[in-house]
Structures are given as C-alpha cells and as structure tokens.
Design a protein around this ligand. Structure first.
Ligand SMILES: [Zn+2]
Length: 124
C-alpha cells in the first residue's frame, strides 16, 4: 500500500476513531500510524477541534424555546402568525381550501376558454 493511501485511510477513519467505533486491530493500526506520522496527528487534532465545535453547536435548545418564539411572533404580528389555525369543520385548514378554489377556478377558466368559440378571427 502506498503511503498516501495510508494517510487517506487514516483520515477517513477519524470519525470512527474519535467515537471509539473502530475494531481493536484497526485502532491499533491507526495508533501505530499516528505515532509515526505528524501529518495525520495534526489532521486528527484539527478534526477533533472541528467535531468539538460542532458538538457545542448541537447543544439542544430548552424545551419551551420553540413555543416561546412562536408565542412572541404571534404577539408581534398581532395574531397573524402562529395563532390558532382556522379550520373549516375543524379539520380542513383554510389555506388548503383557498388553494383548492384557485385550482378549481383555473380549471374552469381553461375548460371555458377551450370549449366556447369566441367568434373572434385574428385580423389579417
Ligand atoms: Zn499519515
């Protein structure tokens, strides 16, 4: 195996290595390579730092965070957003109903246009 391939394989296994998911013999091989290879040690350090930062970002928001944000938007928009949804018969959201009506009108318009002769002849 070429040296470059070993570096490649090593960096590909960083994630599993850091998570401790590597089989023991893989891990031993990697430790061995890292002990002798500054380039990969530096890469691994960089990888660890990056993962650490991502881990900090992934910290969860408090449980009421979303509800709080939505309530605030609702207040500031004077109830236009995130208010109680208006439902027809308590089940169909009005947005869907208006969309269905627009589609129905469009279909009607197209059908009427195609079936009724206009009697208008293009000027020559
Ligand atoms: Zn290496």
């Amino acid at each position: 195996m070429k040296a470059a391939d070993v570096h490649q394989r090593t960096s590909e296994a960083f994630s599993a290595y850091v998570e401790g998911d590597l089989p023991p013999e893989e891990r031993a091989r990697m430790d061995e390579h890292l002990a002798s290879c500054t380039q990969c040690r530096v890469s691994l350090e960089r990888f660890r730092r990056t993962v650490g930062r991502l881990g900090a970002l992934k910290r969860r928001a408090p449980g009421d965070f979303l509800a709080g944000v939505q309530a605030q938007i609702n207040r500031r928009s004077r109830g236009r957003f995130f208010g109680k949804r208006h439902m027809l018969f308590g089940r169909i959201p009005f947005e869907w109903l208006s969309l269905a009506m627009i589609i129905a009108m469009l279909v009607y318009y197209i059908v009427v246009l195609q079936t009724s002769p206009t009697g208008v002849v293009p000027a020559k």
